[in-house]
Design a protein around this ligand. Structure first.
Ligand code: NAG
Ligand code: NAG
Ligand code: NAG
Length: 207
């Protein structure tokens, strides 16, 4: 009988101890959650906003006989930091240009040579130059799409940018983040006699 009681009492103590530990763990989780929530509400961290403001395309010609694309395009961008409390370090930005799903050029927009800190609520310009020639194996369907774009005088060019940034709040700086930006552009060919204007295009910023 005594044996049974002792055993029973010990197992209850064990249960109570676990009960208290469990309550502490739950309280800690709630506390950490609250701290995060308050941080989020006060700082309201957001990514930058990205636009293509100018596109000057002076050459875009595909020759099916040697499968070569000759191109010359300058893009001007703006990056806006909408944050009230955070500044952004742009450490590295690389732009890749695609036509008909094929990458034809890339350009280092920001390197360690021109990396910079963008203060809160401000806008900064960036630009990319794509110039040269590239062998692309376009199929018949893609070539006819090219000819269609050519007759319209504007090309569906897709630009993807790989970022390497850090946020700064007061004196503390975050680790590196690598958002990707995607821009679907319709770029008119700038040839003498035609004045089709490029429309400022908003890009998608993905985490
Ligand atoms: C078109 O090209 C000409 C000469 O290269 C340049 O002066 C002009 O600014 C360009 N227009 C646009 C809209 O980019
Ligand atoms: C491809 O062919 C076109 C026209 O035949 C020519 O103008 C161009 O220079 C050629 N490109 C290369 C890289 O050979
Ligand atoms: C594009 O950016 C470059 C360099 O920042 C600048 O010199 C040029 O005037 C800009 N072009 C247009 C059309 O805004």
């Amino acid at each position: 009988m005594a044996d049974y009681k002792q055993h029973h009492g010990r197992s209850c103590g064990c249960c109570c101890l676990f009960g208290i530990l469990w309550k502490i763990v739950v309280a800690l989780i709630v506390l950490v959650g609250l701290v995060f929530l308050i941080f989020w509400l006060v700082v309201q961290p957001r990514y930058f906003k990205f636009h293509v403001t100018e596109a000057d395309l002076t050459q875009f010609e595909y020759y099916p006989n040697n499968n070569t694309l000759h191109y010359n395009m300058v893009l001007n961008f703006t990056a806006r930091n909408p944050n009230k409390k955070l500044s952004i370090y742009y450490d590295k930005v690389e732009a890749l240009a695609f036509y008909e799903d094929a990458r034809f050029a890339n350009y280092d927009v920001i390197t360690h040579m021109n990396s910079f800190r963008q203060y809160k609520k401000s806008t900064s310009p960036m630009s990319a130059v794509f110039s040269g020639q590239k062998v692309l194996m376009l199929n018949n369907e893609q070539v006819s799409q090219f000819n269609q774009d050519k007759s319209v005088g504007a090309y569906d060019i897709y630009v993807k940018l790989n970022f390497r940034i850090r946020f700064r709040l007061g004196d503390s700086i975050s680790r590196h983040l690598k958002p990707k930006v995607k821009c679907d552009l319709k770029v008119p060919l700038n040839k003498s006699g035609t004045f089709t204007l490029f429309q400022t295009t908003k890009c998608h910023v993905n985490v």
